[in-house]
Design a protein around this ligand. Structure first.
Ligand SMILES: [Zn+2]
Ligand SMILES: [Zn+2]
Length: 153
């Protein structure tokens, strides 16, 4: 498994290859993303990153996230509070499981049984589907266990 430090260097290199500047505030934003346990909203990223780089602006956070999303190294998550949050992405096509209680997210792949549904939809609507995003929301094993525990106690 690659380390967070290696990943930070890889992201920085990708940004530079695409003509972006790798500034200190951008690096701090990337560090915060890589260290987070759950997907973070731009505001949450900004708050954490300011502990290390107090003059960081929210605009810089948004711009950095835009670049990282374009490079497909971060993934956007839709949270129930209406915020978008971001997490480091595994390369390739993945789906997402999100815990509504603690906010933990998990990517998964290899269970793409959507082809039949997509074919039916295309036939019914005339649309040609080119890609899809799938995010499932529920409870992670830990939260589910805690909830069961609470019901018993
Ligand atoms: Zn949870
Ligand atoms: Zn899929």
């Amino acid at each position: 498994m690659e380390t967070k430090g290696a990943r930070l260097e890889e992201w920085s290199q990708r940004i530079a290859e695409h003509g972006g500047r790798v500034t200190r505030p951008r690096r701090v934003v990337m560090q915060v993303l890589l260290e987070a346990e759950t997907p973070l909203s731009p505001q949450e990223i900004c708050t954490r990153a300011r502990r290390r780089y107090p003059s960081l602006g929210l605009v810089t956070v948004y711009r950095t996230l835009d670049v990282l999303e374009t490079l497909a190294v971060v993934r956007r998550v839709h949270r129930e509070d209406g915020c978008h949050a971001y997490l480091p992405a595994t390369p390739g096509h993945h789906h997402l499981l999100l815990c509504r209680r603690c906010g933990r997210a998990m990517e998964f792949s290899g269970w793409d049984a959507l082809d039949g549904l997509i074919a039916e939809l295309e036939a019914a609507t005339g649309y040609r589907v080119e890609e899809h995003l799938l995010q499932l929301i529920g409870l992670c094993p830990r939260c589910y266990a805690q909830l069961k525990e609470g019901e018993r106690g």
